[in-house]
Every structure is written in structure tokens, then in C-alpha cells.
Design a protein around this ligand. Sequence first.
Ligand code: HEM
Ligand code: HEM
Length: 400
Amino acid sequence: MKASSPASRYTAVAVGLHWAMAGLILFMIWLGWNMDDNEARYQLHKSVGITLLFLTIARIAWRLLNPPPPEPATLKPWEEKLSHFVHIAFYALMVIIPLAGWLLVSISPFQISTVLYGAVDWPHLPFTSGLRQGNELLHGIVENIHSKGAWVIIVLLGLHVAGAVKHEFDGEEGVLKRMMPGLFGQTSPPSPPARGAVVAFGSSLLLFALIAAAALLGSSGQASGLAKASGAEPNGNWAVDYSASEIGFSGIYDGKPFEGVFGKWTAQVAFYPEDLSSSAVSVLVEPGSVTTGTKLYDSTLREAEWFNTGAFPQATIVLSGFESSGEDAYVATATMTLKGRETSVPLTFELEINGNQATLDGSAVFSRKALDLGQISDAGASWVSDEITVTVKGTATRTD
Ligand code: HEM
Ligand code: HEM
């Protein structure tokens, strides 16, 4: 068949996908080799990789609906077989490599979240949470499939380009023209009409949206309604003004300070400056309501390795043993219960009381180790400081 008949070209969509994906795949291999422990690069790698997975699904659907032009008749049978083998292997790898990458991050004990392009929470692969620990062999296998897969792509690319170039310049077929964007060759025939754009792109987009929506629903479900402080809590004589109060925390990450706040908490405050021994405060915090200003940190903090909000949706801080330490200054013992662990540290605070109004400003330093936070990924505190300062600020009105 001569290359100039209308059906001898790939459709414009197939050509666009081929070149865009070829460029992205080569970029991904370069990026994979150059991530240098840089979290932003990991996130970009994962974002582009998941995008490629969905482009692959759309591309395969597109190909099924729009069969490629027939091979040039001048192709020898072994050349045709080899070319088909390379194409099928490419498609297989374009599914296997990103899936292996997704599995790799899903079973990683580090539990770093994936936030696509800094905006869309991407879940771990379902049913993989049981595979996170004690599975070095599986980790090794998946990591090898992912990294060696890239080398297989490179070898295949050598064959692929050699074949394309040989058959372009060997005097007969013009194979490359079949895959060249129309604008590059005035002589190349128009693209054939395309079918099934809605089916091919719509179905993969829908799948993408469903997975993202399931993840979003899952995370917002966790952050719902905080239980009221139970009867075991002390009877409060102060009503906290939540809109003017804040529980936050700060520490060091990668040499730079970071901070966050908890959006959902309630406090029962029984505080008598004239009778400190009868004073007691109980705070219920929903760790899933954490915000740090960076979506990636918010999602990662909810993972099992950190707050594990799925299994432990609530934490408590109980203040007891109040003592005066100066004018308007106090110290109390803050006992935090988080992820079933309990630890006590001193909380120092200043409290100014004007009539019925009180203003509080205090802080306590907790150890991540004592609360089993990030102990698999960074027990030695090389990235995240072990000491995390929890700050409380607020106003309250006396009610008794
Ligand atoms: C077509 C898509 C992809 C390509 C071509 C690709 C390629 C690569 C390459 C070449 C490496 C370096 C491997 C090495 O250490 O030698 C790498 C590492 C990595 N990739 Fe991908 N990747 C893709 C998709 C993904 C996806 C979708 C994810 C996760 C959602 C992912 C997660 C990772 C991770 C976590 C590493 C680091 C592995 C390690 O440190 O051992 N990749 N990737
Ligand atoms: C990682 C990069 C690349 C990948 C994954 C890739 C993948 C593919 C696949 C899967 C096909 C088959 C399309 C189909 O029939 O369904 C194809 C066709 C083609 N590719 Fe690539 N490609 C890449 C890079 C390149 C490069 C650099 C060239 C330039 C020489 C090229 C030239 C072609 C041509 C000319 C065809 C049409 C072959 C034919 O009509 O038989 N590709 N490519």
C-alpha cells in the first residue's frame, strides 16, 4: 500500500497522544533517576505518572475504536512481527510501570500521600494496607519491576526508532510520515476521521474522577462531627470562644520551620485561680482536621504512619496539677493520648483575667517518639524534629 492513501495515516488524536506520551515517558525516566530525595519531584513524578496511566487507558480505547493504518506491504514478515511485538510491549509497560509505581507508594511503610499537582488527593491502591510492613521481598520485586521496566522501554525504544528511521529512509514506505503531525509534512495525507473520542476519553476521565472522588469523600468523612465531651469530663466553668481560640503545633521539617492548626476540637475548662487544686481541663481534638497550608502535609499527617486518623479519629489532652509560676503565669501537666499512646509533659501558660473574660497563651513540647509519630520513616529525626511544640491561644468567658 502506498503511504499517500488517506487511510495510511494515524488519526490526529493517535499522533498527538503518541508524541505527548513519548515526551512525558522520557521525562519521567529522567525524573525517576533524578529525584534526589526531593519531595516536590516525587510528587511531580507521581502526578505525571498517574496522568500517563489514564492517558494509556484512553489511548488503548482509542486504538480499539480507530484501528491503525495497515502496515506497508514492503515490510518483511519478521519486521512486521517485531514491530507488533514492540508496540504491544510498549502498551503493556505503559500500564505495568505506573501501576507498579502506584503499588510501590501504596505499600511503602513511609506512607507519604500522593497529591496530584498539589491539588487532588490520590488514594493508595485499595486492599494494600496489609502489605506495608514486613514485606521487603514484595517491595523489592515491585521496585525492580518499576525501575527495570524503564530500562526495557529504553531498549525497545532503540528498536522502535531504528525501525521507524529504516523504513522512512529506505526508499519505500514513509513509515514516519504516518505518525507525524500533519503540520510537519505538506505532502502527508489528511488524518482519517476519528471515532469514539467521547468513549475513549470520557471513560478514562470518569474512572479518574471516580477514584479522586472516592478519596475526597473518604477524607471528608473522617473529619466529620466531633463527639461532645463525655460525662467523665470535668464540669466547666469557662465557655471557650472557639472563633477566637486556636490549638496549633510547630516543628522543623527539612531545616525549615513548619506549623499547623487543628480545625476541630472542644474543651471543657474548669479553672479556679483561687483554687488551683480543683482545676481541670479536658480537650478533645480531631487530628484529621489538621491544616498546615500544604495539602501534601495535611494528607500525609492523616496516614497510618502519623496520626492514623482512620483508626484513631480522636486525641485527648488533659491538663492537671496546676501551679502558679508567677503573676498571671501557670504550669500544668498536659497528658496527651494519641494513637492509643499516652505521654505527659509540662504546659506553661499565661492567663490574664479581666472580669469574666480570660485570655490564654501557652505551649508544651511533645516528643514524636513518645506518641509513635513518623517512627518508621524518620525515627532518627533527620527530616522532622522529634520535638513538636503545641501552642494554645484563646479567650473564654467565666460562667459560674
Ligand atoms: C510511565 C510512568 C512512569 C515511569 C516511566 C517511571 C519511571 C521511574 C524511574 C526510571 C524511576 C527510577 C528508578 C530507579 O531508582 O532506578 C522511578 C522511581 C520511582 N517512581 Fe516512577 N515512573 C512512572 C510512574 C510512577 C507512578 C505512577 C508512581 C506512583 C504513583 C511512581 C513512583 C515512583 C517512586 C516512588 C519511585 C522511587 C522508587 C525508589 O526510590 O526506589 N512512578 N520511576
Ligand atoms: C518512549 C517513547 C515512545 C513510545 C512509548 C512509543 C510507542 C509507540 C506505540 C505503542 C506505537 C504503536 C501505535 C499503534 O499502532 O497503536 C508507536 C508507533 C510509532 N512510533 Fe513510537 N513511541 C515512542 C517514541 C517514538 C519515537 C522517538 C519515534 C521516532 C522515530 C517514534 C515513531 C513511531 C512511528 C513512526 C510509529 C508508527 C509505526 C507504524 O506505523 O508501524 N516513536 N509508537
